[in-house]
Design a protein around this ligand. Structure first.
Ligand SMILES: Cc1cc2nc3c(=O)[nH]c(=O)nc-3n(C[C@H](O)[C@H](O)[C@H](O)COP(=O)(O)O)c2cc1C
Length: 272
């Protein structure tokens, strides 16, 4: 039976978006050329207010970035509201070259609980939200070729198995607790309260307001925050004037430590 292909992602700095769309497009091409892909980008808060449900004739490619080794906790309510009704799903996580820890298994479990049949999972690498050098410019061409190939393998699985097997992905259960950065004494530090600063190069273009996934940046005064900051990197990386930055010592130390400690290239891991 013809299946409708759906791509859903949360992607403040757009690395998750790239991989999810590549996988969805290539599944669509190899299963039934010409079908349009239904895309739900739930990065912005208004989109997360709309209920979403699928049927057994749907295939969903769902992607999220790894935050602190887990599914971003601000997404948990929304993700658990997506209804599966026996549709097939592919779970995708993007991480910044440290580790994806238990994020993929957590996403897999959320999908299963919601009534999806998870047939494949992938952990890919994207430029780290905190950094311009850690996993710089990833996913790159090599990663994207792996994503294309992964989509081909998924299509073959769907076409050749009568009773399509569900997947086992890597990760601990019960999940490990959220990964915590450490200060120079090796003590865990809490960077959740850290907020971005704005320098005098700001042109008040409001791009930061429009890209903040928490809707936290004040439209009238972009120097001001009205809500929480999840350190997703969108306002910093998308500011054309490079006017947004963090100056917290703990945050900067953590970023520097990640850049040094996790510099060596990791490769995508696929589960089918
Ligand atoms: C709050 C926060 C926590 C993160 N935690 C991790 C982590 O535990 N491991 C890792 O390798 N990358 C981590 N990252 C990096 C992102 O997972 C990575 O850069 C991802 O590609 C960003 O996706 P996006 O471009 O779709 O926003 C973290 C990023 C943020 C903002």
């Amino acid at each position: 039976m013809a299946k409708a292909i759906n791509a859903m992602y949360f992607s403040p700095t757009e690395t998750t978006k790239k991989v999810v769309l590549r996988i969805a497009e290539n599944i669509s091409e190899s299963m039934q050329s010409g079908t349009t892909i239904k895309t739900i980008d739930f990065t912005l808060p208004d989109v997360r207010k709309e209920p979403v449900s699928f049927t057994k004739d749907d295939i969903l490619v769902l992607g999220i970035p790894v935050y602190a080794g887990r599914v971003p906790n601000i997404l948990l309510n929304y993700l658990s509201s997506i209804k599966g009704n026996d549709s097939l799903a592919i779970a995708v996580v993007l991480y910044g070259n440290r580790n994806y820890d238990d994020a993929l298994i957590e996403l897999n479990d959320i999908l299963v609980l919601n009534g999806f049949k998870v047939v494949a999972g992938g952990a890919f690498i994207g430029e780290h939200s905190f950094s311009k050098i850690l996993a710089k410019d990833r996913p790159d061409e090599k990663d994207m070729a792996i994503a294309t190939n992964f989509a081909g393998q998924i299509s073959t699985k769907l076409k050749t198995q009568d009773d399509i097997r569900t997947v086992n992905v890597k990760g601990n259960s019960p999940y490990r607790s959220y990964y915590k950065p450490k200060n120079k004494e090796g003590q865990p530090v809490d960077i959740r309260k850290v907020t971005p600063k704005t320098n005098s190069d700001c042109t008040d273009c409001k791009i930061c307001v429009s890209v903040c996934p928490m809707g936290s940046i004040d439209y009238e005064d972009v120097f001001k925050l009205n809500g929480i900051c999840i350190k997703c990197g969108a306002c910093i990386k998308k500011c054309p004037a490079h006017a947004k930055y963090y100056d917290s010592e703990d945050y900067l130390r953590h970023k520097y430590e990640l850049e040094i400690e996790f510099a060596s290239r990791r490769e995508p891991e696929l589960f089918l």
